[in-house]
Ligand binder design. Structure first.
Ligand code: PLP
Length: 363
């Protein structure tokens, strides 16, 4: 039975990448050691991390005045690390369009009880179940604010921001965890970008941070581990980094490069997701909880049947048929097909055939 992994993260990785890692697993580059056994100060690892950074710079066309960091702690640690470094006693706005964006805002509020700054919810779509990207009046934004934070792709609810908002000149910061390298954003539109690796980049354990130099903390008063400047000055080697994860990320960057880069990935992702969206749009049985087509995510596609009981039956039958991890997030229910870069087009076609058969049988 062919297995298709629809997991929202940790997610499917390119088979070619896994095979390469397997082939190099016991003896990396004739070192007689596995990557896992290499010192993070060794020549071999230095090559790995430098190459990974350069490949990511080329893929995302990251300008020279941005630092690229490979950190730990997941995107969730960035919810605190961002304001610690960048809020600078000012206002910090949050566009809350999903559960992760809400967490980012909630963490900022928590932190503001111990360090001085003012987190503000710019707009939220929570009232309508995060079924859309909320609108806001950009004249409400204080131009002196530190940043405006948004989530480019709402992993749980299946919405995305494609058209970046006008922010009254305030720097934009993005949690890009679930659509980095999948949608072709322009790095220079952001002061800072962060992403956990486990959706489009590699195994869990690496967090990518891309930060403009003038946003690095200028008063090193923080814990060193949480200080972007210290991490940058030490080229992500302040302490032991997640070496194997960075190596895997390097292999994924090589793979994405060989396929034609981020614009090509976006094109393929549009192709894959529109197959599923078109099918759902034509169906009277399946429905998308996302209110407006313009907000639809290319990466995470939630859908439901007419009732929770059928959703449960669908999830069970899908799992038995090899469509793994298609169950929606526990907070929203239903189904969710995560079609990250490494998810194959054949998998979408197979899912459509399964959905059709399920509707015929149970609809
Ligand atoms: C998965 C995810 C997170 C959480 O990432 P961790 O690495 O588990 O902390 C945060 N934001 C978004 C948008 C995500 O998809």
């Amino acid at each position: 039975m062919t297995i298709y992994n629809f997991s929202a993260g940790p997610a499917v990785l390119p088979k070619e990448v896994l095979k390469k890692a397997q082939a190099e697993f016991l003896d990396y580059a004739n070192s007689g050691m596995s990557v896992m056994e290499l010192s993070h100060r060794s020549k071999e690892f230095e090559d790995i991390i430098k190459t990974a950074e350069q490949l990511l710079r080329d893929l995302m066309q990251i300008p020279d005045n941005y630092k690229v960091l490979f950190l730990q702690g997941g995107a969730s640690t960035q919810f605190s690390m961002l304001p610690l470094n960048m809020a600078k006693g000012k206002k910090a706005y949050y566009l809350v369009a999903g559960s992760w964006g809400k967490k980012a805002y909630t963490e900022a509020v928590k932190l503001s009880k111990t360090i001085p700054f003012e987190p503000i919810c710019l707009a939220s779509s929570e009232e309508t179940g995060f079924d859309r990207i909320p609108e806001f009046d950009n004249r409400l934004i204080d131009p002196e604010a530190a940043y405006v934070h948004l989530t480019t792709n709402n992993t749980i609810e299946g919405t995305s921001v494609y058209q970046l908002p006008e922010t009254n000149g305030v720097p934009l910061v993005a949690d890009m965890s679930s659509n980095i390298l999948a949608v072709d954003y322009k790095v220079s539109d952001f002061a800072m970008i962060y992403a956990g690796a486990q959706k489009n980049i590699g195994p869990a354990g690496v967090t990518i941070v891309i930060v403009r130099e003038d946003f690095l903390n200028d008063e090193p008063a923080l814990s060193s581990m949480l200080d972007y400047r210290i991490q940058a000055e030490n080229a992500s080697l302040y302490n032991t980094p997640p070496t194997f994860g960075i190596y895997m990320a390097k292999l994924v960057f090589e793979h994405v490069t060989s396929l034609g880069g981020v614009a090509k990935m976006e094109e393929l992702n549009r192709q894959k997701s529109s197959l599923l969206y078109d099918f759902i749009d034509r169906s009277d049985f399946y429905k998308s909880p996302v209110k407006f087509a313009k907000d639809r995510s290319l990466a995470n596609i939630p859908f439901v049947t007419p009732n929770a009981e059928l959703d449960k039956a669908f999830n069970q039958a899908a799992d038995e048929a090899g469509f793994k991890n298609i169950k929606g997030h526990r907070s929203v229910g239903g189904m969710r097909a995560s079609l990250y870069n490494a998810f194959p087009l054949e998998g979408v076609k197979a899912l459509l055939a399964f959905m059709k058969a399920f509707e015929e049988e149970r609809g």
